[in-house]
Design a protein around this ligand. Sequence first.
Ligand SMILES: Nc1ncnc2c1ncn2[C@@H]1O[C@H](COP(=O)(O)OP(=O)(O)OP(=O)(O)O)[C@@H](O)[C@H]1O
Ligand SMILES: [Mg+2]
Length: 375
Amino acid sequence: MSDFEKDTVHLVRLAFDGKVADVAALSRRLLRMVAQRRPDLAPVVQVVLDAVLAGPTRAASQPLPVDFDSRLELLRREPDPHLPVEPTWPAAVREQLDAVVEEREQEDKLADAGIAPTRSLLFVGPPGVGKTLAARWLAVHTRRPLLTLDLAAVMSSFLGRTGNNIRVVLDFARRAPSVLLLDEFDAIAKRRDDTTEVGELKRLVTVLLQAVDDWPTAGVLVAATNHPELLDPAVWRRFDRVVQFPPPNVDEVATTIHRLLGDDEVMRDRVELLAALLQGRSFADVARVVTAARRAAVVCGHSTGDAIEDVIIDMSEGADLASKLRIAASLSAAGKSQRDVSSITGLSRDTIRKHLGSSHGKRTKKPVTRHEVRR
Ligand SMILES: Nc1ncnc2c1ncn2[C@@H]1O[C@H](COP(=O)(O)OP(=O)(O)OP(=O)(O)O)[C@@H](O)[C@H]1O
Ligand SMILES: [Mg+2]
């Protein structure tokens, strides 16, 4: 069979499976082929193409599904998602996200080879490391609306109803190309200890896994969890890609601070110092600290640089001994001298030497005194 014939058979199969978004995508390809082979049919093909293109757009603007009793919407829809600030992705995450976008850009080439692009992804990582943000990033870069279903919120209701709601949401999301985010995916697993609902829960898990298995090629399904240990290994295997989101390293923290500061002028040294203090924390913590400093600067009429310095001093001063030692360790690891570490944390140099050893922090070029930090 030629490609054209194979595609026609495939189209019929998709239509019978009810995969509306995939039918639209394949129809577009076939119609373009028809117009090339038979220029005499081009005008009529164009009319049909316009209708096919309008189909998903119409589906995308359909009213959102609602809960039968409460009439509350089950999904959040952002037709034209945008990013509040350009995210800083750790290299391994960036590689995977870029690959997904690249596959979408070369979708026709993949289809010719009979291979589907990545349709399902599982995002795994602790809170605040960018899983939800990455789903939004994918929606922006694949030019699709973002649909979000917070499973933790839906799971709190009566399970029979939950199952029905999830089915309705999946059917809705299948109809038009989108990025569907199933946030807090582990919420389902958490329900497992409730033995009265085992049967219904099993059905629900089956429905979800089935959706992961045969998600339409035109869409992208993303599930996010910060409790990967609650998910069965069998669940992991169903996803095309599993992306691990690590907490940011000190350079990624510094880049994020710079981006969050935008045009506000803050000395590079101060940013590095704050990054060292925030090492080990999540991106969400970094965003919270920087936004609070910018807010304080505006309200008090100070420069953002002064507000950041206050944060640095507060973080070091307010800490208990154990935290001060942790801060001292991250400052040392970031290359600050023992003198700087001592003046910032208020720990004596003897204490620092005793806990961190004498080799730390010898790389610093420019000493920072407590007085300098305040200035
Ligand atoms: N890679 C990143 N670069 C810059 N900022 C980020 C990044 N990741 C997260 N943030 C900041 O942290 C906030 C929270 O991120 P997000 O909601 O994506 O975390 P999450 O991993 O989904 O957390 P949770 O498991 O709690 O849902 C974002 O709104 C953003 O301000
Ligand atoms: Mg999240």
